[in-house]
Design a protein around this ligand. Structure first.
Ligand code: HEM
Length: 417
């Protein structure tokens, strides 16, 4: 593959076999300078000025730790600027800069206190055990539906105090929001597609607004432990979320917490199937090697493929001059394969150490809020699977067509049980 064959703005690029996609990014990294691409046409806004693709680890790391230069408030989760009506549902802290970002993150981080997280750890273990119980009864099946999607959904919904009968609704709406260009979830008529996305946002906002109103009732102990209660209750400095902030934060949490962890779990089974030597190594000493395995899965799979930043001023970085207003897209998937940082990057190596991957983002103010929880979920689920269904393997994946999430829609699994 040559430079001229590679167009990151072409939807078809994201449908290439994973090995071809990885090879294309190696060609881009070898250029030494970030390639510049015109933006794809989108129906909901003017075609933008194009973007620099940050494909090397050093560029992704530096851009992440300079939010004063590489800002998020002009849009982080989409290369095209989103129309203002999207902000109501999708304008939470991932798309903010300081001081608004810092304020929201402060309130929310307190709600993710060690005490709350400790409570969820028991829930994660119980949920994973129940999912494997069901898997053993069901037998070989679609791993995404029966395993990978279930754990993060159950954990996020339990954290927020969402009743079981709403789980399917939460899952289908978050699927729509992160469906990328996949026609299975999204109409090819763009006006219909925009309405579908806004409708999904509205449905999730209505759900959390209802829960928040319920928590505001004078029943202090009824939901004392859940995250919605923590978020709508003023904390020691008198800070609390408005209902609009709560709704958009909830949508961010559902979308960021579900699809990413599900994707990581699905890739985990594929990788353990594709690299049997690494699987054997892991199974020989599960307790000591599971931590490194989980990091390597997130490096290799890079469930979130990119985040965007916009330049707030002229700036020079690693030999490239940028102008104010330029867009820079941080391709985590490529940074995680940068051969100057990771020896033999296409090898899945659970003993890789150090493993400075940027799968949860690089160090900076937007570093994944849920990284600790995601690590717990992945560790517990893999331990449960590999001890109770040790011969489980993956078949051929049915991949999501998206430039944003390295998603797997369906993944057949086999085992004798
Ligand atoms: C393997 C699973 C996960 C991956 C790969 C992942 C990846 C990421 C990435 C790449 C970012 C952006 C970092 C940046 O812009 O610098 C991010 C941000 C975020 N993630 Fe995760 N994530 C995962 C799981 C979770 C979970 C389980 C939750 C929630 C419980 C979560 C909540 C968030 C939130 C709220 C942000 C925005 C933080 C901010 O803007 O300050 N993530 N994540």
């Amino acid at each position: 593959m040559t430079l001229a064959d590679i167009d990151l703005s072409d939807t078809a690029f994201w449908g290439l076999p994973l090995a071809d996609r990885a090879a294309a990014f190696a060609v881009l990294r070898a250029q030494g300078r970030p390639p510049f691409y015109p933006e794809p046409e989108v129906p909901f806004s003017e075609v933008g000025p194009g973007y620099y693709a940050l494909v090397r680890h050093a560029d992704v790391v530096e851009a992440s730790k300079r939010p004063d230069v590489f800002c998020s408030a002009r849009g982080a989760t989409s290369i095209a600027d989103l129309p203002p009506e999207f902000n109501e549902y999708f304008g939470s802290m991932i798309n903010m800069d300081d001081p608004r970002h810092a304020r929201l993150r402060r309130i929310v981080s307190r709600a993710f206190s060690p005490r709350l997280i400790a409570k969820f750890e028991g829930d994660v273990q119980r949920a994973a055990a129940a999912i494997v119980d069901d898997l053993l009864v069901t037998g070989p099946c679609d791993f995404v539906q029966h395993v990978a999607a279930r754990l993060p959904l159950k954990i996020i919904c339990d954290m927020m105090g969402i009743p079981n009968d709403q789980f399917e609704m939460v899952l289908s709406n978050s699927n729509i929001i992160l469906s990328g260009a996949d026609p299975e979830f999204m109409s090819e008529d763009i006006n219909v597609a925009v309405a579908q996305i806004l409708g999904a946002g509205q449905a999730l906002a209505d759900l959390v607004t209802g829960l928040a109103a319920d928590r505001a009732q004078p029943r202090p102990h009824a939901h004392a432990e859940d995250l919605v209660t923590a978020l709508v209750t003023a904390n020691i400095d008198g800070e609390q979320l408005t209902s609009a902030e709560l709704a958009s934060f909830f949508i961010l949490l559902v979308v960021a917490g579900n699809e990413t962890t599900r994707t990581a779990l699905s890739h985990a089974l594929m990788l353990l199937t594709q690299f049997p030597d690494q699987r054997a190594l892991l199974q020989a000493d599960l307790e000591n090697r599971i931590g490194g395995t989980v990091e390597e899965i997130v490096r290799y799979a890079s469930p979130v493929l990119f985040m965007r930043r916009t330049l707030t001023r002229d700036y020079s970085m690693n030999g490239q001059d940028y102008r104010e207003g330029d867009k820079a897209v941080l391709f985590y998937y490529s940074a995680n394969r940068d051969e100057s940082v990771f020896a033999d990057p296409e090898r899945f190596d659970i003993t890789r150490s150090p493993n400075p991957h940027v799968g949860y983002g690089a160090a900076g103010p937007h570093y994944c809020l849920g990284a600790h929880l995601a690590r717990r979920e992945l560790t517990v689920m893999l331990r449960e699977l590999l001890t109770r269904v040790p011969d489980i393997t993956a078949g051929e994946p049915d991949r999501l067509l998206s430039s944003f999430v390295n998603g797997i829609k369906r993944l057949p699994c086999q085992f004798a049980g």
